[in-house]
Design a protein around this ligand. Sequence first.
Ligand code: HCA
Ligand code: CU
Length: 431
Amino acid sequence: MGNSASSFHFRDYQPRRLEVIDTTLREGSQTSLLHDHYKYFFNLDDKLEILRALIIYGVKFIELFAPIVSSKEKEDFQALKAARNSLITQKGYTFLLAHVRCAPADIQAAVDAGFDGLNFYIGTSRTARQASHGLDLKEIAERAGRLMEEVRRSYPHLILRFSGEDAFRTPLEDLFRVYDRIVPFVDRLGTPDTVGVATPPLTALRLQALRERYPTMEFEGHFHNDRGFSLVNSLEAVRSGMRYLNTTVLGIGERSGITSLTALLFNLFIEKEYDLLEGYHLRGSYPLNVMLADKLKLLVPSSEPVSLTNRTHTAGVHQKAVLADPSAYEAHPLDHFGVTESEILLGPLSGWNMVHYYLKEIKGFMVDEAEAKAVAAAFKERIYHLEVSQSPADLLVSLAENDFGLTRLSAPEAFRNTIVQNMGTRTEQET
Ligand code: HCA
Ligand code: CU
């Protein structure tokens, strides 16, 4: 293939102990949260920003929609690939993987577009088979086997992964039947928990059985959060020796989503699995969450381990202890994950949502969406004339206070002394 010549080859890459395959731009784009505010897809600017942020964060594998999905996806991929290429000198190579059906047209389009790898999937559970393609296991094994064999022969440099969709509701013998045929031709086997039925013990058992049967194979996990278990299942999978894990920023995805990228790395850090964290820029965690929340017009949910809410204490009884030793109620070093004011980068490209977020959540202003939009517009004008001694944050606060007359939330007298906050590098208590 002409366009593979310029690519760095997976065969020359030494995978780290943990390789996140982030799928914010594929699985994440299927989140209903986008629809909730009448925005139905990430536009190209959103995609570029997400892709760059992931690469800078240290992610080396990024899954995208297959170009066959639409001409828009096909076009956008060229821009995304160019953005990836522009970061190679600074950050090394990041592999772009297409999520493809087991169909020759899907494969050809992805190869022609210049993807580094193909993430194949086909339903293997009884429900998935009956609801979608109607093939039985023997037919799946034969058809997919032949296809994988051909693709491997024609494109030896491509990274190939095969997933039996709904793997956790597929009996192991059925999965083996298909995987036995596929295994000689692929680099990884996926084991998606498509509808979120897995538990940590089941995850461990499954992985043990799969590793016994395919001792030299790499496995990839994809856990949906329907039961609230996606994070614990992923941690269990990592403990059981799984190297590749699918994540999205904030865990967005179909229904309740999949494993949150920063939550996974945060938990591995807490468990002192430092070897697994090689090459991930942990301080970028909170800014990454904020960036995506901003696009979803949300604040970073308080259920995210790496969130601002995780470092605020309002209970009076905790106050004394927290003042004496912040770790009394805050066991985790959130500043290490970028939950500090200085990590939120404000600049000419900050959207109104980011401005809203900053003023409201960090600076405590009473500001509604319309006001935030007006402040953001003024901020964009003025930021280019910033004096050297003034920071973008100073400018924003000054605009809010002086030009727009916004006031800060002040706690009622009775509560004022019971609010204790600990925010990373912040040195003075705001009043
Ligand atoms: C989908 C289903 C999928 C695929 C996962 C995979 C799932 O949206 O097409 O390819 O490993 O959860 O099964 O996301
Ligand atoms: Cu999924």
